[in-house]
Design a protein around this ligand. Structure first.
Ligand SMILES: NC(=O)c1ccc[n+]([C@@H]2O[C@H](COP(=O)([O-])OP(=O)(O)OC[C@H]3O[C@@H](n4cnc5c(N)ncnc54)[C@H](O)[C@@H]3O)[C@@H](O)[C@H]2O)c1
Length: 355
């Protein structure tokens, strides 16, 4: 048996460490900032990045489909930072006591390629999705909208409600889920937030008097959560649950009657509600509305439809936001994830010295 080595492993350099935000630390971060403030901040960060849309590398996300769900990678870069998110979508998970959507993500420096932040993104995805919906609604929803129908009362729903309240002043929620236990849960969670909450027995009842309709259900099929005769003039539809090939929420006649707004058309044509329409079905890109190059809502009777599938730039904005917050709020651990030998060519020597 050989004697234990007396050589000690070299201490990792500062560059070897990246900031890691666990779920526990993300929850502390959210509470220290405040949910409403964070949703408003995220909505501003996302809007700022939509304003500089043309600076970003863009590609439809890379999806690996199975019978039961999808696992996706969502990369982008603005030339200074590079970010990606790993995310899954498994509608059957909920019945097995698991999350439908889980995620984590990473931000790296483009000049060295060294990662600088690794973070949980299950909570952050719910927050950024809600902040995106609210930011889009601030451009498209009827002015002074106060009532939202929330169809699908699962994991995303309370975040959607909170963001619509924080950013747009929505104060009445009409809730419907195929499973009334989900509605009971959402009512319980939101009861201390100052909303007027109405639990509804049917989707038709939920949309009565609503100026904004959010569909946020999970089902891996062409579902019809809203049919054409349910949607009246002038509403804004925030459709976020249809985000995969073969997974939609709206009857296509609604699309034909609406002005449809999207994040990144090449991805939305694969994954969004508009997968039901011909390839040349007209859509407006949200970044053009935000920069003022294309009008958003133009009249009171128009139905505006945000066919939101979730795009990499929204995750990049969220990663950028978390990185900026960590400068003042130390809710992270240092993770020794980059092998960074003193002599960059002596990787093997570093390994030997660690024996
Ligand atoms: N666009 C985006 O950026 C984005 C981001 C995150 C999640 N999503 C999608 O949003 C959806 C919801 O996600 P989640 O995490 O809240 O899922 P979840 O499984 O926690 O909740 C989904 C809810 O929908 C309900 N539901 C299913 N069919 C219904 C129907 N016909 N009518 C009414 N309710 C119905 C279920 O009972 C459940 O309560 C998923 O499809 C997910 O892929 C989109």
């Amino acid at each position: 048996m050989s004697a234990p080595s007396t050589t000690t492993a070299p201490a990792p350099s500062d560059l070897a460490f990246i900031r890691f935000v666990s779920v526990e630390n993300m929850m502390k971060l959210v509470h220290s900032i405040g949910v409403e403030t964070m949703l408003k901040d995220l909505s501003r960060y996302i809007e700022d990045d939509f304003k500089r849309w043309e600076q970003f590398d863009k590609t439809p996300r890379v999806a690996s489909h199975s019978e039961e769900g999808v696992i996706e990678l969502m990369p982008t870069s603005d030339g200074e930072d590079y970010g990606f998110k790993y995310v899954n979508g498994h509608p059957k998970n909920m019945r097995e006591g698991l999350q439908t959507v889980t995620a984590f993500g990473l931000l790296a420096r483009v000049d060295t390629g060294y990662p600088e932040l690794l973070t949980e993104m299950t909570l952050l995805t719910a927050l950024r999705t809600a902040a995106t919906s609210a930011m889009v609604a601030s451009h498209l929803a009827p002015k002074g909208a106060t009532t939202m129908a929330m169809i699908g009362n699962g994991a995303q729903s309370e975040f959607q409600a909170m963001a619509m309240w924080a950013v747009n002043g929505v104060s009445t929620l009409r809730l419907y889920d195929i499973d009334s236990a989900a509605t009971d849960k959402a009512v319980r969670n939101l009861s201390s937030q100052g909303f007027k909450l109405v639990a509804c027995a049917t989707p038709e009842e939920a949309i009565e008097g609503a100026q904004i309709i959010t569909t946020c259900t999970a089902d891996k099929q062409y579902a019809t959560i809203l049919s054409d005769n349910m949607v009246g003039a002038g509403v804004h539809i925030n459709a976020i649950g249809g985000d995969c090939p073969g997974k939609t929420e709206l009857h296509k006649d609604i699309l034909a009657r609406s002005d449809v707004f999207v994040e990144y058309p090449p991805q939305t044509r694969i994954e969004g509600e508009i997968q039901q329409m011909p390839d040349d079905f007209p859509v407006t890109e949200m970044w053009q509305v935000i920069t003022g190059t294309t009008p958003g809502r133009t009249n009171d009777r128009q139905i505006t439809l945000f066919d939101g599938v979730g795009f990499a730039i929204e995750d990049f904005s969220a990663l950028r936001y978390v990185r900026d917050q960590l400068r003042d709020i130390p809710y992270f651990e240092k993770l020794d994830i980059i092998a960074d030998p003193d002599d960059p060519r002596d990787l093997f020597g570093m390994l030997q010295r660690a024996k």
